[in-house]
Design a protein around this ligand. Structure first.
Ligand code: HEM
Length: 449
């Protein structure tokens, strides 16, 4: 792969990882504050939680995913994405970052700047959505002529889900503007955004990325698994809402949608698990978390299980199994194989750190007997939350060294190099996946359907 292309896109991933560290520090501050009873500078817990989740969404997972998608697509394109896409990735990062402080200080309320009160958090997060639209436009423009293999089909769905999810955010703003206080509508708009963004954009784009790396095609008979996710996606968000405010019939429809999405994710996971290339690196760990997410989604459609999960406080755990366990680990492994900017030992430490964080989160849920470890359990969760931060800082610290060891004659490499296989992408064929997958995967369990 042309090192110029490598650096062009990997730098956005590296900057996004910097935002991960900042957002995770806010998460740690939340955990420590929870233990001591107060946050520094009299910050409100709700605001810090919002600052954390927005920065993770807008400036870590979204630009990192986009950079990886673009970099892998570049290999298939005669004319790559180029500078306009760089602007889009930069805008995603900067706008998300700009909303961090206003969210931490004032949440959705106005922030005073030089004596003027402005809804800065809303302004910056709304502007982020325009950066998503720009990404969707460039993605469509550049890839529309390409043949749709499983990866591209999944990315098409993911990009549509990203754009459609923003309707929830617009609707929430419009309802606020019109003074509508109906909880079903206002909560519904928020959950519509969250559901489509997390399962639709993050979950499906990650599936596409893993398919691309493992070279697994799922056309024909197995294609229905993707259709199940697509069909169930628009209504599952209702399951995230408090059951008391969702009419019974709608909840039943949502349960059916949840079942479809859950089966789709678990089905994809099983197919990917059996691929020969899944045996190396972190892929199997990523698939364990994706599978767990799908299974939980299927179980949560049972009202008794959903009620138990609510009282046991499993929501945050469930979210982090998807966002940290599956998506963030997947982004690290994909970067390692696409650009080589993460060393194998770094990714193994990141895996251990993520597992460590999730295990130390257990004592904060109802799954842990409260008498066990007493007050220490909150401190354990606080310390555990530092583990992925340490692993990410280690990856960042290694970047100058990795960049300086790139071949000096990098600039002289021919541009058609980017259409060849990357040696970093061990046995992954990136561009040629749709052409060559059959021969290399046929010895594995998952050939083309
Ligand atoms: C080191 C990594 C992370 C740490 C230490 C961390 C910590 C936390 C904490 C302490 C909370 C609040 C828990 C509560 O309300 O009891 C939280 C909530 C949340 N986190 Fe994370 N988190 C991490 C990674 C991530 C990632 C990678 C994402 C998404 C990409 C994410 C998205 C969220 C969301 C959406 C919420 C819930 C927000 C809400 O309910 O308003 N987190 N996290």
């Amino acid at each position: 792969m042309d090192p110029r292309t490598t650096h062009r896109w990997s730098k956005y991933w590296i900057l996004a990882l910097g935002c991960f560290v900042l957002a995770a520090l806010a998460g740690t501050a939340f955990r420590v504050g929870f233990t001591t009873g107060a946050l520094p500078f009299e910050l409100a817990f709700d605001n810090v939680r919002r600052a954390h989740s927005h920065l993770m969404f807008f400036s870590w997972v979204t630009p990192a995913l986009m950079a990886l998608m673009v970099s892998r697509l570049d290999r298939r394109l005669r004319e790559g994405f180029g500078r306009p896409m760089e602007w889009v990735l930069g805008a995603n990062l900067v706008l998300g970052l700009c909303s961090f402080l206003p969210f931490a200080l004032d949440g959705y309320k106005t922030t005073g700047v030089l004596g003027v009160e402005m809804p800065l958090s809303i302004i910056f997060s709304t502007a982020s959505m325009f950066a998503w639209y720009a990404f969707a436009w460039l993605y469509w423009k550049r890839t529309r002529a390409l043949r749709r293999d499983t990866t591209l089909a999944l990315w098409d769905v993911a990009v549509v889900a990203l754009v459609v999810s923003s309707i929830g955010a617009w609707a929430r703003g419009a309802l606020m503007g019109m003074g509508v206080e109906d909880v079903f509508l206002t909560d519904g708009a928020v959950h519509f955004f969250l559901g489509l963004f997390s399962d639709g954009w993050l979950g499906i784009a990650l599936l596409g990325l893993v398919h691309d790396h493992l070279g697994v095609e799922m056309r024909g008979k197995r294609g229905w698994l993707t259709w199940l996710i697509v069909a169930g996606l628009p209504i599952t968000f209702l399951l995230g809402m408090r059951s008391a405010i969702v009419p019974h019939e709608l909840r039943q429809m949502a349960a059916l949608g949840g079942l479809m999405v859950g089966v789709g994710f678990v089905g994809h996971t099983v197919v990917l698990w059996r691929a020969r290339r899944a045996r190396s690196g972190l892929w199997r760990m990523v698939l364990v978390f994706l599978g767990l997410k799908g299974l939980a989604q299927m179980l949560f459609i049972v009202p008794a299980v959903a009620a138990w999960a609510e009282t046991a406080g499993l929501r945050i755990m469930y979210l982090h199994v998807l966002f940290l366990g599956a998506v963030s680990l997947g982004l690290v492994e994909s970067a390692r194989r696409t650009w080589g900017n993460v060393r194998p030992r770094h990714s193994r430490w990141m895996q251990a750190a993520v597992v460590g964080l999730l295990v130390t989160m257990l004592p904060t849920t109802g799954l842990w007997p409260p008498q066990l470890l007493g007050a220490y359990r909150l401190w354990i969760a606080a310390v555990g939350s530092l583990l992925p931060i340490a692993a990410a800082v280690w990856i960042l610290a290694a970047q100058p060294k990795l960049l300086s060891t790139r071949p000096r004659n990098a600039r002289a490499q021919p541009t058609d190099e980017k259409t060849r296989r990357s040696p970093l992408d061990d046995h992954t064929h990136g561009a040629s996946s749709h052409l060559a997958a059959s021969s290399s995967e046929s010895s594995g369990v998952v050939p083309h359907s």
